[in-house]
Design a protein around this ligand. Structure first.
Ligand code: GLC
Ligand code: CA
Length: 571
């Protein structure tokens, strides 16, 4: 009797579990009271896998290295990691030249390592975002190898092939963004193929439905493996003018010595949005999020990436924010106001693997740590989702090559000395003060800078004033504070040229954020009555000034140079 009860209850439990398991997935997709989805409250963290942690000690980071650092990421307050391409690749562009979309490059590990990483990450509530290199493949991809093999091959039309001009010139004047003509002659079939990036990165022909099908299937394949979304690489460049018209020339030359041009016919063509809408449909079937590498000139362009009916990218990155290249409250105010009133959820970034680290861009050479905290205080308290770049949280700085022969990034070789390439912002994560910064026991693929001695995880975990501990406190606050997660953004004291201040407001609660962007002491005064806040009391939540009182009067707030001050105010 008892046994059969047990048996039947076990089978009831099993069928119950079968019923709820798909629901658990659906629940993760569920929205909160504000209609917000998980990615709107998440903190994303970009990992450049070559440089994060080297588990097998060959000098190059790997997936097992990432897995070994998940506890660190959890403790930091990271909810999702975006791993830049770790697929099989000849590594000409360090992974952005993919030769097989459905595998892991042996230098990074195996699919089993990937599965383990996903499992361990999910166990800690961390989701995995992969990088989807859509515009081009590697020239070693079987599709291109076949495409190149003859004018009539099955994959010929998967890429963009064209005859040259009668005088033996490339089909038109389009330039590669990595220097020189965007066309390369294949001597065997006597046609040119188009490559917006390196010649080893031929552009796919997205006008061919077979390409679209194959590429969409790639995303399905990874979704089924547990990936929570994709960062879409180089979406601007998916389509080219079918008539291959010449781009209009502009005055002057670029850093490679090529003429400047308006990339009117090979960038940002309207067809891009058709693909993004369709890709979004696939993503929606899997509850996935799409993040865009969206270089835009203005908010109208950014809005197009959200889609007219919010049916394209949930998270197009706002790179205009990274173009504010000085600590200028008026400039930041302008950019925040613009993206905050855009058609979708703001996505803030201050660094990545293609741009000089924020530590160098904003640092003044004397107060760099204070400024690193100031920048954290800014983009981690705004309404929107931040995407951090590994090492930012410890104040990592660029370590640019000093000599041309040390350059690894091909654009640095091509554009030296004006363009030193992107090695500087891709150096190994600094885990401790040892000679290889605890990244590897072998010589790392890129040299670690001397700053590893002071700026590394181990040292900073011991120092309550470190950049790292400030990030940890700030991210902890952000996760638990409803106002910071959901509240609207209200600019304050908009005429102050030195101090950037704003209120985050959620129902009856408010959080005041005050950022002294100057190297001098400042005194600020807030009149919050127009916001319906009559209280003369603000309760400090977080500050860089250890002497700041627990409670302050917002009508007279003194600020140290580069100080961050965050306080809650109730009605
Ligand atoms: C994107 C990547 C960059 C890469 C390029 C070509 O801009 O972020 O690193 O070189 O695409 O794939
Ligand atoms: Ca390795």
């Amino acid at each position: 009797m008892r046994k059969s009860f047990l048996l039947s209850s076990t089978s009831t439990i099993v069928s119950f579990l079968l019923l709820v398991l798909p629901c658990a997935d659906a629940q993760e997709r569920a929205v909160d009271a504000e209609g917000h989805q998980w990615w709107q409250h998440a903190v994303f963290y970009e990992i450049y896998p070559r440089s994060f942690a080297d588990n097998n000690n060959d000098g190059i980071g790997d997936l097992n290295g990432i897995t070994s650092k998940l506890d660190y990421l959890k403790q930091l307050g990271v909810d999702a990691i975006w791993i830049t391409p770790c697929f099989p690749s000849p590594q000409v562009d360090f992974g952005y030249d993919v030769s097989d979309y459905e595998n892991i490059d042996p230098i990074y590990g195996t699919l089993q390592d990937f599965d383990r990483l996903t499992k361990e990450a999910n166990r800690r509530g961390i989701r995995i975002i992969m990088d989807f290199v859509m515009n081009h493949t590697s020239d070693q991809h079987t599709w291109f190898v076949d495409s190149k093999s003859s004018r009539t091959s099955a994959h010929r039309n998967w890429y963009i092939w064209h005859d040259g001009t009668r005088s033996g010139q490339p089909p038109n004047n389009w330039l590669s963004t990595f220097g020189g003509s965007a066309w390369k002659l294949d001597p065997r079939t006597r046609q040119y193929y188009y490559h917006y990036f390196y010649p080893e990165q031929p552009d796919l022909n997205w006008r061919n439905p077979a390409v679209e099908n194959a590429m969409f299937d790639v995303t399905r394949w990874w979704y089924k493996r547990g990936v929570a979304g994709f960062r879409l690489d180089a979406v601007d460049t998916l389509f080219e003018d079918p008539d291959l018209r010449d781009n209009p020339l502009l005055p002057g030359k670029n850093k490679y010595g090529d003429p400047n041009m308006d990339e009117k016919y090979n960038k940002k063509l309207p067809e891009v949005h058709d693909v993004l809408r369709d890709l979004r449909k696939v993503a929606d079937q899997h509850g996935a999020v799409l993040i865009g590498e969206t270089w835009t000139k203005n908010i109208d362009e950014l809005n197009q990436y959200y889609g007219e009916h919010s049916n394209e990218l949930q998270m197009p990155m706002d790179f205009m924010f990274t173009r504010v290249d000085q600590l200028s409250p008026p400039e930041f105010r302008k950019q925040i106001a613009a993206v905050d009133s855009a058609g979708g959820w703001p996505v803030y970034v201050i660094s990545n693997h293609d741009i000089v680290r924020s530590y160098n861009r904003y640092g003044d050479g004397q107060h760099n740590d204070a400024i690193a905290k100031l920048m954290a205080g800014l983009y981690l308290t705004l309404r929107g989702t931040p995407i951090m770049y590994y090492g930012e949280e410890i104040g990592m700085e660029n370590n640019d090559p000093k000599r041309k022969q040390d350059v690894k990034d091909p654009i640095g070789k091509l554009g030296w000395p004006e363009e030193k390439g992107r090695d500087g912002e891709r150096t190994p994560m600094q885990w401790d003060e040892g000679p290889n910064a605890g990244f590897s026991q072998a010589t790392p693929w890129l040299p670690v800078p001397p700053s590893r001695k002071s700026h590394n995880v181990a040292t900073e975990l011991k120092d309550p004033n470190s950049v790292l501990q400030f990030y940890q406190r700030l991210l902890a606050l952000r996760h638990q504070n409803r106002v910071l997660l959901d509240g609207e953004y209200i600019a304050l004291n908009e005429n102050n040229p030195n101090v950037l201040s704003y209120l985050r407001r959620y129902k009856n609660d408010a959080v005041l954020v005050v950022l002294n962007m100057s190297g001098t002491e400042q005194q600020v005064s807030f009149d919050l009555k127009p916001q319906g806040l009559s209280s003369q009391k603000a309760t400090t939540l977080l500050t860089t000034d250890s002497q700041q009182a627990k409670e302050i009067n917002p009508s007279q707030l003194p600020l140290k140079p580069f100080a961050v001050y965050v306080a809650s105010i109730s009605k």
